[in-house]
Design a protein around this ligand. Structure first.
Ligand code: COA
Length: 167
């Protein structure tokens, strides 16, 4: 199911929910060296381990995986995950290596905010970022997230969708 669409630089982008056949694509993106360097788990792991993780992910109503597609060819360009914990949703995301540097990371987080506004119950978006991940820090700052704190080796970004008295 498509949850959000945007026109960007002359193309239409769709954010759709992941389906079982996305398993291999997500593994290949997860194994990308830059993605591993930008993640908290840097290691490679076998595809079978990923398959088991993906099976649990798809069965978990508190975890929502999305793929960003560019029309007309429905080219997969990026992935986004929202992990729901109470009224918070924690963001994880990456852009396909061949698609970086075109503004798609920024577009994806803007679409994540837009989608989250339509999901009842989410009041806050959060993200944990490695301090040396300059591009991701820039994306969250451009998209209106605030640096809310630091833990050893990570920065915490937060975006309030709804105030304490509404929603
Ligand atoms: C981080 C990542 C998502 C950025 O995606 P992207 O599509 O290349 O980002 P954008 O093109 O929207 O660029 C965002 C900003 O970062 C800057 N930027 C991009 N790559 C950069 C780099 N390697 N170093 C420094 N700044 C960079 C851009 O110039 C832009 O800033 P600007 O608007 O002021 O010019 C992408 O590199 C990626 O998938 N990395 C691996 C996974 C990851 O780190 N995910 C985030 C975990 S918190």
């Amino acid at each position: 199911m498509v949850v959000c669409s945007r026109e960007y630089r002359g193309s239409t982008y769709l954010l759709r929910e992941a389906v079982p056949s996305d398993c291999r694509l997500l593994y290949d993106w997860r194994m990308d060296p830059v993605t591993r360097a930008g993640s908290f788990g840097h290691d490679t792991f076998p595809y079978e381990e990923h398959e088991e993780w993906f099976r649990k992910l798809m069965a978990d109503p508190c975890r929502k995986q999305f793929i960003l597609l560019r029309l007309p060819a429905a080219t997969p360009a990026a992935q986004l995950r929202l992990d729901l914990l109470g009224q918070e949703a924690e963001i994880s995301y990456s852009v396909a290596a061949s698609e970086r540097g075109k503004g798609l990371g920024t577009l994806l987080i803007q679409m994540a905010v837009s989608h989250a506004r339509n999901v009842s119950g989410i009041r806050t978006l959060t993200a944990e970022v490695l301090p040396d991940n300059t591009a991701s820090r820039r994306i969250f700052e451009k998209c209106g997230f605030h640096l809310s704190g630091e833990k050893p080796g990570k920065l915490l970004y937060i975006y309030k969708l709804k105030g304490d008295t509404d929603g």
